[in-house]
Design a protein around this ligand. Structure first.
Ligand code: CTP
Length: 947
């Protein structure tokens, strides 16, 4: 507006398209990470607050208004019924958050405006016009390109890029550079081109380029329409055929700029935060103090800033401690006596009572730790904790903001002094990852006593469904230090405030880690108390860490040559299968390429495809190939090709599994040192990584062959394997109390056959192999939370038959059905499931409005108590077995835990005793209403030890 060109702006007005911001926030942040404990999604609110803060901090406006659409159509729908018709209805999870966003804006003292019959865009058009008329530099934040028509010397549109923070400032020059029209001509251009996002068709074949050329030539859309007959060619024809549509488009995309909003720009100040309202809302949404402080920092006035400063929040306390180094014993002792809390006597934690009493009673669910954490200190060794390759670089001690760093290697005196201090103060010691710390300290020649608290295990017990890869991730998750959602690269980075200059101090990284551990402990201790998990931490998880660390350090000996031969064999098989496949195909296709496979199968061979992938191509996944293979029995060429292809896939996969095993053999001792993951599986089960031993196939010939490469090491004679049989089903029988199922276990008859005879009501000896297999799969399917559909797939029967079998099963074992249903309903009521040992798992998604998320949560909740109890039982067994071997003074040692199996490496003469001790430890880990059956075997390799 030229009349203002030389004028001074009176201030900056920021106008925001509220819906577009809420949409963006909703789709940028995963609901799973942003929900309350009750499953209420909060991602859009959190993201909205975060983006709003960002833009305010960047632009520093002094006036602010946010426009929202209201429900119901607008005058645009009356003109153009399909307007915005292709847009998916906003997800309910997002719609539910809009009122919360508005409540937040209320609390923040920000004006938001909605006007029935108008879109947010018209409110924006009006506010922008008011802004420039009142001589405000006016910024319009909108992801809708129609807003470009508002741009002039006073109005700039902030248009978000791929990353939200890359807001493009669309000035007249920018609009021209991009579209070759002036901002006022932009709606003319858009009318010709159409707008897919709004379901507005344009002139076919005409894009921005042509539209701009025409508008440039004729000056405006109106003039162009007048000259429509002068335009030749296909495009001219298309234009003439669509004139009505274009005219309509132009009407629809014009923003109304004079809606009566009943406010003036002067009214649109902000910054009067109602802290109580904000607190109430953020508490309800379970946002942490850091989020609140960040928002307050952006919006607050002086006063709120002061009240905040006077009440430092717990999770704001991550400031670098004062650090110093100790070089000799005196410095270490002086520091310890000046800073560490006085040692407290306590019974040694982490030992299950021995004997045959119920192990569950060994766990004290009333044990609490919050108070003890107040007087705790942090011990943290740094280095490489990978089993078989452990090296330790430093040790940090931290107490009450004072830290001491010891640089490795430690001389003998210093090491002994450190050991003495650790032993004396273990009752108040906090570590992150006891198992890793055990490795790192053992590399220094020190045994690490049980600590008071482990922040890694505690995080897992508090929230088993969240797994932190690193200390930073744990801090970011639990301490509400969210990285900017648009900057994945900085995910997990911590803002330590001005006190932490990590670059200039060589020890700053170590101090930072120790400080985070202290903060995590303060945060997690009350959580564990609240959900009664501290007893499990002390009595189960920490002792299991100790057993696992020993197993990892020992590793399992393998016959390298045998594995190499196996790999070469699989490689040769794979090559041969490839040759055969090529012969059938008549050319050298790349068997790994879905595109090339598609060509061969569906074009050359003319097979009927099964399904399409998300991208629209025909799927060539394992299931599809299997189906095609079965369907093609009468087509020799296709069947030959598919057979060879399947064989190629299988052998190639095995080659890779064996290849990974070979790669991970430690060159110094010829052993494989896997890492047992104690905090990954949400059920409570252990898993293994690097290499993952659980993906060694279980029951087929190849799996057996691979197992045969695991052998006793030097000085050892054999391997003993002890395996729980049907442990999940026994737990299901016990927990449900179903008399018929319990009797099935006590009867001594083959369990699956017995169950099948009850289900089908035929005598045991008339049960067919198929009936047994189906009922067996049904039993496991229930214990694993398998859907009828999943069961049907596994058994290759139709879902109706699977469902019928399930109903028959349930009518035989009614208490099983009741029990499984009660798992879900209890979880819905309490928010969590519980195992026999009190391990909890929370299921916020049970209340999700998203059906598939809810159903997945239901299946998981149904299976969590069974799976989790099986996990607990195995852990108790490991602790007991390990202690039994030790107490008997045996040299044999447990080396592997896989699925429900323990493998022991046995010295000559101990096999019998080992078998008895381990079997007894496993069978008596818990007392169930059915026997816990353990099968055992002894052999010269793992396969021969199998039974
Ligand atoms: N399993 C499964 N689903 C099946 C079959 C087996 O999930 N349909 C899993 C279970 O975890 C089970 C393990 O595989 O514990 C071992 O299977 P298997 O030895 O066949 O189980 P058993 O019940 O001992 O059967 P069987 O009496 O036939 O040996």
């Amino acid at each position: 507006m030229t009349e203002y060109e030389d004028g001074e702006a009176r201030g900056t007005l920021l106008v925001i398209d509220g819906h577009s911001l809420a949409f963006r926030a909703f789709f940028a942040l995963p609901v799973e990470s942003f929900s309350t404990a009750q499953g209420k999604p909060t991602n859009a609110v959190w993201g909205f607050a975060s983006m709003l803060s960002q833009v305010i901090n960047a632009e520093r406006p002094d006036h602010l208004a946010i426009a929202f659409d209201v429900k119901g159509g607008t005058f645009r729908n009356t003109m153009l019924p399909q307007y915005k018709g292709t847009r998916d209805a906003a997800p309910q999870d997002l719609l539910d958050q809009l009122p919360l966003i508005q409540r937040m804006l209320d609390a923040l003292g920000v004006t938001y405006i909605e006007k029935p019959g108008y879109e947010g865009d018209d409110i924006i058009g009006t506010l922008a016009t008011m802004g420039e008329q009142a001589r405000y530099r006016t910024l319009v934040l909108s992801g809708d390109r129609d807003a470009f028509q508002l741009v002039d010397d006073w109005v700039t549109v902030l248009y978000p890029g791929y990353h939200f923070k890359d807001l493009k400032h669309m000035t007249p020059d920018e609009v021209f550079a991009k579209y070759h029209v002036m901002p006022a001509q932009y709606p003319d251009l858009a009318a010709l081109r159409g707008e897919t996002a709004d379901n507005i068709p344009g002139v076919p074949g005409v894009g921005d380029g042509y539209a701009a050329k025409w508008i440039g030539k004729y000056g405006s859309l109106e003039a162009l329409i007048e000259h429509a007959d002068d335009i030749g060619g296909k495009k001219g024809e298309a234009l003439r055929a669509n004139l009505d549509q274009v005219r309509l488009n132009r009407k629809v995309n014009a923003l109304v700029r004079d809606v009566d909003l009943g406010v003036t720009v002067e009214d649109l100040t902000f910054g009067q935060v109602d802290v109580d309202k904000l607190d109430a809302l953020f508490d309800e949404l379970e946002f942490g103090a850091r989020t609140k402080n960040r928002v307050l920092k952006t919006f607050n006035n002086e006063e709120t800033a002061k009240t905040q400063a006077a009440q430092p929040q717990q999770d704001e306390n991550i400031v670098l401690p004062n650090g110093q180094r100790a070089h000799d014993v005196k410095e270490l002792r002086d520091w310890a006596s000046a800073h560490l809390p006085a040692p407290v006597r306590r019974p040694d934690v982490g030992e299950l009572p021995s004997g045959n009493d119920e192990a569950t009673s060994g766990i004290d669910h009333s044990a609490r730790c919050s108070e003890a954490i107040e007087h705790s200190w942090v011990l943290n060794a740094c280095g490489n904790a990978k089993p078989g390759r452990v090296s330790t670089s430093s040790v940090t001690l931290l107490c009450a903001g004072e830290a001491l760093v010891l640089q490795a290697p430690l001389d003998e005196d210093l090491r002994d002094a450190l050991g003495g201090i650790i032993d004396a103060h273990a009752s108040g010691m906090v570590v992150h990852g006891y198992k890793e710390q055990l490795h790192l300290f053992s590399a220094l020649g020190l045994a690490l006593p049980y600590p008071l608290f482990d922040t890694e295990l505690a995080g897992y017990l508090a929230q088993p469904d969240f797994h932190a890869e690193s200390l930073e991730q744990a801090a970011s998750h639990f301490l509400d230090i969210h990285a900017d959602q648009d900057e994945p690269a900085t995910q997990g980075m911590l803002d330590l405030g001005a006190d932490g200059d990590v670059d200039s101090d060589p020890d700053a990284g170590k101090l930072k880690h120790a400080a985070i551990i202290a903060a995590l402990a303060r945060f997690l201790a009350p959580k564990l108390d609240m959900c009664e998990q501290f007893g499990l931490l002390q009595t189960l998880e920490l002792p299991v860490s100790r057993v696992l660390q020993k197993m990892e350090a020992q590793g399992a000996k393998v016959d390298t040559q045998r594995l190499k031969d196996m790999r070469d064999g699989f490689a040769a098989d794979a090559r041969q299968a490839q040759e055969i496949a090529w012969q059938w195909a008549g050319r050298e296709v790349n068997l790994q390429s879905p595109k090339q496979l598609s060509e061969v199968l569906f074009e050359d061979m003319g097979l009927k495809p099964t399904k399409r992938t998300k991208k629209g191509a025909y799927t060539t996944n394992a299931d599809a190939l299997q189906t095609l293979y079965m369907r093609s029995v009468n087509d020799e060429r296709a069947n030959g090709f598919l057979g060879a292809l399947l064989r190629h896939r299988e052998t190639n996969k095995l080659k890779q599994i064996v290849g990974t095993l070979i790669e991970t053999i430690n060159p110094f001792d010829g052993r494989i040192h896997t890492t047992f993951e104690q905090t990954v599986a949400a059920t409570g089960r252990l898993s293994s990584a690097d290499p993952n031993l659980q993906n060694i196939p279980n029951r087929n010939a190849v799996g057996r062959e691979i197992r045969s490469a695991f052998i006793p090491g030097e000085g050892y004679e054999s391997l003993v394997s002890c395996d729980y049989s049907q442990v999940e089903l026994r737990i299901m029988a016990h927990l449900s109390g179903d008399e018929a199922l319990i009797e099935a276990f006590r009867s001594g008859v083959d369990f699956h056959r017995y169950v099948a005879s009850l289900v089908h009501q035929v005598p045991v000896d008339q049960i067919t192999a198929d009936q047994r297999t189906h009922v067996k799969a049904m039993s496991y399917g229930l214990a694993y939370g398998l859907s009828s559909y999943g069961l049907a797939q596994q058994l290759k029967i139709n879902p109706g038959e699977a469902e019928a079998l399930k109903q028959k099963y349930f009518s035989t074992f009614g208490k099983v059905r009741d029990f499984l249903e009660s798992c879900v309903s209890e979880a819905r009521r309490r928010g969590y499931t519980e195992t026999m040992f009190g391990r909890r798992r929370y299921f916020p998604a049970l209340h999700s409005t998203n059906r598939s998320a809810r159903e997945a949560a239901e299946r998981a909740a149904l299976n969590a108590p069974i799976q989790g109890s099986a996990a607990d039982i195995m852990k108790v067994a490991m602790i007991r077995a390990s202690r039994a071997l030790q107490e008997a003074g045996l040299k044999s040692r447990i080396i592997l835990q896989i699925h429900d199996e323990l493998v022991v490496e046995v010295v000559p003469g101990e096999a019998q005793q080992v078998t008895e001790l381990v079997r007894n430890a496993m069978e008596t880990a818990v007392r169930l209403d059915v026997p816990l059956d353990v099968s055992t075997g002894i052999g010269a390799d793992w396969q021969l030890a199998a039974h």
